[in-house]
Design a binder for this molecule. Structure first.
Ligand SMILES: [Zn+2]
Length: 453
């Protein structure tokens, strides 16, 4: 992107809240002014350390996209020198339930199993209203946006208990939060389809209202194969992706993912299907596990590990050497299957904790899945960035020229520190605009006068 030698380099290092410059305020001597040089940039991020890059570079941003990488050129409405800190693409939350988040104060009893969690949450769900769902969803979205998440897939329960109240709330939140985050809404049949009559028609209505994709939960229905068929039929009818909660047990007692892979191939939906949990895969003998992973790779199915929920609810019957209950992340990655790490639930019977900060999931998974080597730590970052973006089929994601300018500036220099040290997010950028700015102030009062009499 650089202009010819001799061009005056734009001085950077100005504060975030610099007043907008006048168009054409800076003069250029560049003889080969590229198209973006002719206009005022929306944002110039100076001195950025990109993943895999050695020397810091400047990112020129206009029209919501990265239009140049290299020595800075051009006037900008906002200029920020990020001081050589790490810059990555925005974090991607591949699987979350905003509609049933933050239920800690309205659920009695604690879940011992996934079935318990579904039952307790279904009781709480009877009291949900659109306004209530919207208020709790807003609190989680605020956490996620502040943590650097710029794209998210939310499962929205659609069933005879809550009807379309969740969809109404989430469509409103999707519009409200559009300047900060892209929200994909998955019309989701948590209570089953066949065992919850009326659900199929509600899923159709949700897709007509604007759901971006359709989701199923075959382990919670009376006929898993038919359930999967209905979800694929809706995916084809509306030409949308499909996402399943699947094989969520300690033992390989369901393995519905085989049928999902079969129907993915039959319908030509390769690259458009994701599965969450998949904990049963870890319980298969190595050879059988390898064969099934090969089937997933061939079908282009993305796997979303939900470590906080899976670690919390799996292994409950193990009296000693309690198993971790995570899908075999390393083997899936080694076979070329994209694997995302996602939050799933935030403070409800499925997961009593949660921050909606995807970096926290990389931190937990590094130890829970034995992923501590430099290569595996990089894969953990990919699981909340590039792999997750691939599973969500996000277009133009990344830090290359032409990519959408959804970015995070981290309070660290190296990629591995995202996992090992949970650095603060100094800045978050969405569609070329700074959306979040963090300031951290620590006063070590113990040092002041600590040695005086
Ligand atoms: Zn889920």
């Amino acid at each position: 992107m650089s202009c010819a030698a001799g061009t005056r380099r734009l001085r950077i290092g100005t504060p975030v809240h610099q007043p907008p410059r006048e168009a054409g305020a800076a003069a250029f001597s560049c003889a080969e002014i590229s198209s973006y040089c002719r206009r005022v940039l929306d944002l110039l991020l100076g001195n950025c350390r990109l993943p895999g890059g050695s020397a810091p570079v400047d990112l020129a941003i206009a029209g919501g996209r990265i239009v140049g990488i290299g020595p800075a050129r051009g006037p900008a409405r906002e200029t920020v020198d990020v001081g050589g800190h790490l810059v990555t693409p925005g974090l991607v939350e591949a699987h979350i339930h905003l509609d049933k988040a933050l239920l800690g104060d309205r659920v009695s009893g604690s879940a011992e199993t996934a079935a318990d969690a579904i039952r307790l949450t279904a009781i709480a769900k009877r009291g949900f209203t659109a306004a209530d769902i919207e208020a709790r969803g807003r609190r989680v979205l605020d956490l996620a946006v502040a943590a650097g998440t710029t794209a998210m897939r939310a499962h929205v329960e659609v069933d005879p208990i809550v009807h379309l109240a969740g969809m109404e709330a989430m469509l409103a939140l999707k519009r409200e939060y559009a300047p900060a985050i892209d929200l994909q809404l998955c019309a989701f049949a948590q209570e089953g389809i066949l065992q919850a009559p009326g659900t199929e028609a509600l899923l159709v209505r949700a897709l007509e209202m604007g759901a971006d994709l359709v989701g199923g939960c075959p382990y919670n229905d009376t006929d898993a194969r038919r359930h999967i068929e209905i979800v694929f039929a809706l995916a084809r009818e509306f030409d949308v992706d499909a996402d399943f909660h699947v094989d969520f047990s300690d033992e390989p007692e369901h393995l519905h993912v085989r049928e999902i892979a079969r129907q993915t191939m039959r319908t030509g939906w390769q690259g458009r299907v994701a599965v969450g949990h998949l904990t049963e895969l870890a319980a298969l003998p190595a050879e059988e596990q390898g064969t099934l992973i090969g089937v997933l790779a061939a079908a282009g199915i993305g796997v979303i590990s939900l470590p906080l929920t899976d670690l919390y609810l799996m292994g409950r019957r193990d009296e000693r050497n309690v198993r971790r209950g995570l899908t075999p992340i390393r083997r899936l990655l080694a076979a070329g299957v994209p694997v995302a790490l996602a939050s799933n639930n935030v403070r409800n019977p499925f997961t009593p904790i949660g921050t909606a900060d995807l970096a926290h999931l990389t931190f937990v998974t590094a130890v829970a899945a034995h992923m501590g080597t430099p290569d595996l730590v990089r894969q953990l970052v990919a699981a909340v960035t590039t792999h997750a973006a691939r599973i969500l089929n996000l277009r133009d994601y990344g830090c290359a020229e032409g990519s959408r300018a959804d970015l995070v500036v981290w309070d660290c220099d190296r990629l591995d520190e995202i996992v090992t040290a949970l650095p603060a997010r100094r800045l978050v950028v969405k569609a070329g605009r700074v959306t979040v700015e963090h300031e951290r102030r620590v006063i070590e009062r113990w040092r002041v006068g600590g040695t005086d009499g």
